[in-house]
Design a protein around this ligand. Structure first.
Ligand SMILES: Nc1nc2c(c(=O)[nH]1)N[C@H]1C(S)=C(S)[C@@H](COP(=O)(O)OP(=O)(O)OC[C@H]3O[C@@H](n4cnc5c(=O)[nH]c(N)nc54)[C@H](O)[C@@H]3O)O[C@H]1N2
Ligand SMILES: Nc1nc2c(c(=O)[nH]1)N[C@H]1C(S)=C(S)[C@@H](COP(=O)(O)OP(=O)(O)OC[C@H]3O[C@@H](n4cnc5c(=O)[nH]c(N)nc54)[C@H](O)[C@@H]3O)O[C@H]1N2
Ligand code: SF4
Ligand code: FES
Ligand SMILES: [Mo]
Length: 906
């Protein structure tokens, strides 16, 4: 397959456009000027700036074609730099400039050229012969939104923003209205960004080639001292960010188009919510509480105080009276060091992390079924799948960049099944929506399996070749009473049957699940039943299938990989086995490792109340705010002799500490985060540590050293060196190194030669040899059994797009302007029955306590169900959540809380 540029022949690729062909051959992105084209968008071909002359034979008759949307084909001759084309481009730009402010043709003083200004410069400034249209100049600028602003006088009608909104984010907020000079961009029903349903992702701002759409930081035209690529600190999608720095300050963030994870896209948290980093509230100095008040101290004083007290407690009560809680917000290297400090320098396995309150059931359940607790496939598989089964996850809020991809697929009409007690944007778009009663996942999955068996839609070959114990499971589900389960779940059995058939009939089906699965009494069991569905239909080990937990925090996958678990060390090895203890002891250069499994977070808190745990060392978790049953947590904390909190902010947890250590944020350090698809990606230091803060890694090394263990990679923290140690200790990270990670990271297992892994369990080769079926009956949560009568409403708690967990970071950005409150969604009839009006503040209470919260009438919840979130300390919803947890892993059941609510009495 050959085509010509000028008169030289080159190979072209199948499906390549002329523009792509010329760019590739000439190794120059600007080989042909463009305007309406953006690599991330469907080619549109409207501006014709990219026009080229094309001939069938050498020196034959030429036609003018838009290179950006015309495919190259055999034997064509392309002439892209002819005088005719140069004139044509100049004429096009001249026409555009008649309706464009004359003072915006060149970059303003101290600003970088916009892409349009670059195009003008490339083409040559035309002599504008026609009077200015000026129509655009009358359009008011929109400054109402905290991040995004528009000045439509600079709009050149390229439609890039409209297309980005639709094609990248899957929203249809932006549109074009009017004709000729009156053509202009509208937002929603011609409102401002602020009033529209815009999700503030900023895709339009990034693609707009002029300053018609900009962000408040004017990132597009900043002349930065440097731009550093790093990985987002918020969710498990793991978006790559390009952070611009001027004078040591962060001035704006864009999304690199070369990023494999996010392809030039982000959500509003990654792109805009960075101002927390130098907020006046940032902790800047170590502090010790003296007579109930925090006083600033030197690092040495803080270290001495902590280590002296830790050793005292260890000598008096034993190492097992000390516990550590690590941070999924911190890097792999820091989590690795943290678990090492607790195990090696303190001498106990009492180390746990946020996976406990999050996806621990996923890890447990998938290990039981397949042998590995991580996502089986990659997000890019969404391009190859035929069906999406979204179970208890709302990625439009929790994992927005992946959510946008899933939404695109839904909108294109792919088979899509949503199981959720709450109606969401995605459930509205889904082909099948099962709106279940919260907590009845096991029942609904049993129903689905029942129908798949009954309709004979199982993949018997896969079952026979690669799995065990299928018959027991089959017998179990075959004999279940569908009418009974229909009543329990509240979903018609016909609907379940249709969904089951749709899933099983798809050639390739991907399952995605979230906390709607794990934060339940039967969380681990639900995960195993989801595994069963995949196995019985052969949806494992191929492209476009699998079980894909939408892991929560930026580095929750990584913190578990690094050994932040009381029963498994770095690399998931069982710490209760003597040979494993021996392995770690040798690697860490010590005599012996602790021998008994450690305590999980809820067990640590209970043990504190019983007086068995005396000290907690907490790195980057707001336990008081985010663990359930706050009064219980407070009681536990009050019983401790030492609480150390390593934080960015004075959180509810920091307030209770004896010592607060100011940690550097992810902008201020090197390291790696592992996203939800097992991809280890670099976190690159963007700025120097704020104030007197130190990276967690340095703090832990210092404390270990004072406790008598010198980190072999050196007393000065160097992430790259710690990675070498990690690669040596964790077998599936053997080939990991800082250099090898490159720009887009590596997905583990990483072989010694550096090859990584996009997919696990290929062709039924399960990690544990054979896939195992398990079977379970639905069991009502003890929360409902014990308290359901007295508190007849079921409260479920989840997330909002704008805020992140405890909100310590997002509340200190303009995201708080976008969404300033937690609200309770209530079915209007439930509220009215109590004489409560929309927007009223109510008292909501459970067996644990009560809080005040504003309500919003919503038909997204069924009668009897309430929904809220947990981001704002003004509400502090965990005061009322309970202590019931997943039977196997103790993950709290944040999603089923027996409550009642009432009008506030005056
Ligand atoms: N914007 C934002 N993004 C975040 C976070 C954040 O706080 N804010 N947090 C991050 C973290 S730590 C995590 S773990 C992830 C979580 O991301 P998700 O797993 O998506 O989290 P949730 O919104 O808590 O719950 C998911 C869904 O489960 C549904 N659900 C509740 N009960 C049930 C049930 O009984 N059965 C079923 N099938 N579904 C149920 C809820 O209605 C909700 O739609 O998000 C991460 N990303
Ligand atoms: N009601 C209810 N409660 C829930 C949930 C729910 O759905 N409903 N979800 C649960 C889930 S899934 C999770 S994961 C937890 C999350 O609970 P947390 O882990 O407590 O939540 P985050 O807000 O992510 O808090 C982490 C803290 O880390 C700090 N931090 C950030 N970066 C760094 C760093 O580099 N170093 C250090 N030392 N600190 C840092 C932040 O300032 C923040 O205070 O909440 C749980 N709580
Ligand atoms: S989707 Fe997740 S990783 Fe990406 S920018 Fe948003 S919060 Fe960050
Ligand atoms: S860039 Fe090709 S038509 Fe606009
Ligand atoms: Mo989480």
């Amino acid at each position: 397959m050959k085509a010509y540029i000028e008169n030289i022949a080159y190979e072209f690729n199948e499906g390549e456009t002329m523009l792509e062909f010329v760019r590739r051959i000439e190794k120059n992105k600007n080989a042909i000027p463009t305007m309406c084209q953006d690599d991330r968008l469907e080619n549109f071909g409207s501006c014709r700036v990219c026009s080229v002359e094309v001939a069938r034979e050498k020196d034959g008759i030429t036609k003018t074609m838009a290179s950006c949307h015309t495919p190259i084909s055999e034997g064509l001759y392309i002439y892209h730099n002819t005088e005719r084309m140069k004139r044509l481009r100049k004429n096009i730009v001249e026409l555009i400039l008649t309706d464009y402010p004359a003072d915006k043709i060149f970059p303003s003083e101290g600003k970088k050229a916009t892409p349009f200004q670059e195009t003008i410069a490339q083409i040559g400034i035309p002599n504008v012969r026609y009077p200015e249209g000026k129509n655009h100049l009358d359009i008011e600028t929109d400054r109402a939104h905290p991040y995004i602003k528009s000045d439509l006088s600079q709009c050149i009608n390229c439609f890039r923003c409209v297309r980005a909104c639709e094609e990248i984010q899957g929203e249809m907020i932006l549109g074009m209205s009017g004709r000729g000079f009156a053509t202009n961009i509208i937002k929603g029903f011609d409102t401002s960004f602020d009033e529209s349903a815009c999700v503030s992702c900023g895709a339009c701002v990034q693609t707009c080639p002029t300053e018609a759409l900009t962000d408040k930081f004017e990132t597009k035209t900043l002349i930065a001292d440097k731009t550093v690529r790093t990985t987002c600190t918020y969710c498990g999608v793991g978006c790559q960010l390009d952070v611009s720095v001027i004078d040591g300050k962060i001035r704006g963030i864009q999304a690199p188009e070369t990023a494999e994870v996010n392809q030039g896209h982000t959500c509003l948290k990654g792109r805009f919510a960075f101002q927390f980093y130098d907020h006046p509230d940032r902790l800047r100095e170590p502090m010790i509480k003296k007579n109930g008040k925090f006083e600033e101290v030197t690092w040495d004083e803080a270290y001495d105080f902590i280590t002296k007290k830790l050793l005292e407690i260890k000598n008096k009560y034993g190492a097992d009276s000390i516990g550590g809680i690590s941070s999924s917000r911190a890097t792999n290297e820091e989590n690795y060091l943290m678990q090492k400090m607790i195990r090696v320098a303190v001498g106990t396995n009492n180390i746990d992390g946020c996976a406990r309150v999050c996806h621990a059931p996923t890890a447990f359940g998938m290990q039981k079924s397949f042998g590995t607790g991580a996502a089986t496939n990659s997000i890019e598989d969404l391009k190859q799948t035929d069906a999406i089964f979204l179970f208890g996850a709302n990625p439009l809020k929790g994992h927005p960049v992946t959510g946008a991809k899933i939404k695109q697929a839904f909108m294109k009409g792919i088979t899509s099944i949503v199981v959720d007690p709450i109606r969401t944007t995605l459930s509205d778009l889904a082909t099948h929506f099962l709106q279940i009663r919260p907590g009845t996942n096991v029942a609904i999955l049993n129903m689905m399996a029942h129908y798949i068996v009954k309709e004979n839609l199982v993949n018997q070959y896969f079952i026979d070749s690669y799995t065990e114990k299928y018959l027991d499971f089959k017998n179990h589900v075959e004999n279940l009473d569908m009418d009974e389960l229909e009543t329990l779940t509240g979903v018609s059995k016909d609907l379940v049957k249709k969904a089951a058939i749709a899933y099983a009939k798809a050639e390739r089906a991907m399952e995605f699940h979230g906390l709607g699965v794990t934060e339940h009494f039967q969380g681990s069991k639900t995960v195993m039943l989801l595994s069963n569905l995949a196995m019985m239909t052969g949806n494992i080990g191929r492209k476009g299938v699998g079980l894909n937990p939408l892991r929560g925090q930026n580095n929750v996958q990584g913190s578990a990989d690094m050994g932040v678990q009381p029963h498994q060390g770095a690399g998931y090895m069982d710490v209760s086995k003597p040979e494993i203890q021996h392995y770690y002891a040798k690697k860490y250069g010590i005599e012996k490792m602790p021998i008994t499994n450690g305590l999980k977070i809820p067990e640590m808190l209970d043990a504190a109340i019983e007086g068995k745990i005396k000290a907690l060392y907490i790195m980057g978790e707001d336990t008081i705010m985010t663990d359930p049953n706050t009064n219980h947590s407070i009681k536990a904390f009050q019983n401790l002799e030492l609480i150390v909190v390593q934080e960015l902010f004075m959180t509810a947890t920091s307030e209770m500490a004896d010592v607060v250590l100011p940690a550097s944020s992810y902008f201020e350090k090197n390291g790696t985060f592992t996203n939800g698809e097992r991809r280890v990606q670099r976190v690159n230091k963007v700025i120097e540590p704020i104030g007197n803060t130190k990276p967690d890694g340095q703090i832990i090394i210092d404390i270990m050293s004072k406790l008598g263990y010198n980190q072999p990679t050196g007393l000065s923290y160097d992430a790259a060196k710690v990675i070498e140690e990690i690669a040596d200790v964790i077998p599936f990270m053997k080939g990991l190194s800082w250099e090898r990670l490159g720009e887009n990271g590596l997905q583990w297992p990483i072989k010694e030669d550096g090859t990584d892994t996009k997919m696990l369990h290929i062709d039924g080769n399960f990690k544990k040899g054979i896939g195992t079926f398990h079977y379970f009956d639905f069991e009502e949560s003890p929360e409902i059994v014990s308290h359901g009568k007295k508190y007849p409403f079921i409260l479920t708690t989840g997330r909002e797009l704008e805020h992140y967990n405890s909100g310590t970071m997002t509340r200190r950005t303009d995201n708080q302007t976008l969404l300033g409150k937690d609200i309770l969604e209530v079915h209007p009839r439930d509220a009215k029955a109590k004489g409560i009006e929309d927007n009223e503040i109510v008292r909501i209470f459970s067996d644990r306590g009560s809080v005040h919260i504003p309500i919003k009438f919503s038909k997204n919840v069924k009668k009897g169900v309430l929904r809220t979130t947990f981001h704002q300390p003004e509400v502090f919803i965990n005061i009322i959540t309970g202590s019931v947890g997943d039977k196997e892993t103790m993950t709290p059941e944040y999603k089923v809380v027996a409550v009642d609510f009432e009008k506030i009495k005056n």
